[in-house]
Design a protein. Structure first.
Length: 193
């Protein structure tokens, strides 16, 4: 057998079915007829791939063509992903769709609005996980929190309008507190769950 450098080899034309392909297996060279190789490959893949020569004429429409060639993406490799709707993102149970920035905004926005808050002088904010922060402004006396803490009131603090006087804030229950003071208004904050 003659030895050629790669640069000395002729550029092969498009092979026809009658041409031979030389294959090296171990130390032996084998000749395989291209038409036989093509027939063998077609029987092995069972016609599950599109024929290039068909130019996609073997599929009914472009969606079918795309579905035949697409590879679904996973956490392990790149591919095609379906986007989750905002409702699917908020539910948070789908494991096969990708989340968009709009979907994330729908989730995050839903955590800090509506029935989870009262943005007023005496108000509250509920957080994911159960933490609640409440605040307000009152004079001395006994008051109800804007909403009762479902489990416990952890801590509270108050400051008075006058620098020389700090009011005493006492948590009476998960729903009530007392501010002991005889001077002016007091701003307070309480944390619980």
């Amino acid at each position: 057998m003659a030895v050629f450098r790669i640069t000395e080899l002729e550029v092969a034309s498009t092979p026809t079915g009658s041409e031979l392909l030389l294959i090296r297996q171990g130390t032996r060279d084998k000749q395989v007829q291209l038409s036989a190789l093509k027939d063998y490959v077609n029987t092995q893949i069972g016609g599950t791939y599109l024929n290039e020569s068909s130019n996609l004429s073997d599929v009914a429409n472009s969606n079918t063509a795309f579905n035949n060639i697409k590879v679904n993406g996973t956490t392990s490799y790149s591919g095609v992903l379906e986007l989750a709707t905002n409702a699917e993102t908020i539910t948070g149970t789908d494991t096969s769709r990708a989340v968009t920035p709009a979907g994330v905004a729908a989730v995050v926005g839903g955590l800090f609005d509506g029935s989870d808050q009262l943005l007023a002088q005496n108000g509250y904010q509920k957080f994911p996980g159960g933490l609640i922060i409440q605040w307000g402004r009152n004079t001395g006396g006994t008051y109800n929190f804007p909403i009762p803490f479902p489990n416990a009131a952890f801590s509270a603090s108050a400051v008075g309008d006058y620098q020389s006087f700090d009011p005493e804030f006492t948590i009476l229950s998960n729903s009530q507190f007392t501010i002991h003071s005889g001077l002016g208004n007091h701003t307070w904050i309480a944390i619980g769950h």
